[in-house]
Design a protein around this ligand. Sequence first.
Ligand code: GDP
Ligand code: MG
Length: 350
Amino acid sequence: MQNLKQWLLGNRDKSNSDPPTPPAENPDTATRLKHTSLGGFQRLSQALANTGKALWGGLTEADAHDPQQPFKLTDARLDEIEENLIRSDVGVETAAALVEDLRRQRNAINSQEELRLWLKQSFVSLLQPTAGQHLQPLPDGRNGQMAIYMMVGVNGAGKTTVIGKLAHRLVQAGQRVLIGAGDTFRAAADDQLAVWAERAGASLVRREAGADPGAVVFETLHQAKAQATDVVILDTAGRLQNKYNLMEELRKVGRVLEKEKPETAQVEILLVVDATTGQNALQQAAVFKEALPVTGVALTKLDGSAKGGIVLAIAKQHQLPVRLVGVGETIDDLQDFDAQAFVEALFPEA
Ligand code: GDP
Ligand code: MG
């Protein structure tokens, strides 16, 4: 990723800059990495059921009361839609803008079904930066270029879990995966990562608790180069309590990565965000973007969350593509984010 160096050398305060250019195309991986099986869609639908209810539930009930009444987008109904959008964490501004649009077009929307289609279309277009047309598939090292993932995010967001799931997926696809245990702050974090690595069939580089995370990244990349590893996945610490130290640590780890990675490596720095944390996630994104050139988002715990609308807020406010979604705690519960599938699952046909 040529923008990494440039970004680390200057530009550090440009937290609203465009995301770096995605790595070069590797068309084969698109289909290989994509989890679009029927089972996968069902899993996504289940995970989004609560968000769907928050968005849509009350509206359908309102109609059921009086099926003979012609459908009308009354002010009361528009208010209800706005409340629902906010409740699902789409964000106050986005909700207001959507409802404003809807108000202007209210005469053209004459049924529940038309409203559903309108919302679906609006969601997809809001998700455009993440809709996939301009995005290359996530790298997997198959094109001979090492793929390097660095996961960042606050404690408890789901970094270790995403690493385990991603490693599993890549190992299943025949790739050699090396994980670097860069969260050296707590011994327990390392142990947990070791369990995931073993489960996934990936190798692990770890050091004693309290070791320098930069040294772990250094050693991981050296081993990866020596062993011609296909994919490197780096874990990092996420204790936000000491923000200054954490940011310094992340910048340092970023510099080691930039210096030690193979020239042609494809780097993804994914911000791991817990979908149940709501609007707070947006502030987290800003902080981490300040320290590192984040390329995308892995949204975890979508299952059970009624706040999946945060996907829209992240896409709009941070122009960061959501790349992966966590839909449960088991090793297979990781999916590539697909805007169209997401919206279909959110607004299922009645
Ligand atoms: P880290 O501190 O960022 O490394 O977070 P962890 O990976 O340790 O995850 C924190 C907790 O969230 C663990 O109990 C995980 O099992 C749980 N978790 C992570 N991803 C998901 C998910 O997609 N769905 C659910 N339900 N739980 C998750
Ligand atoms: Mg962890």
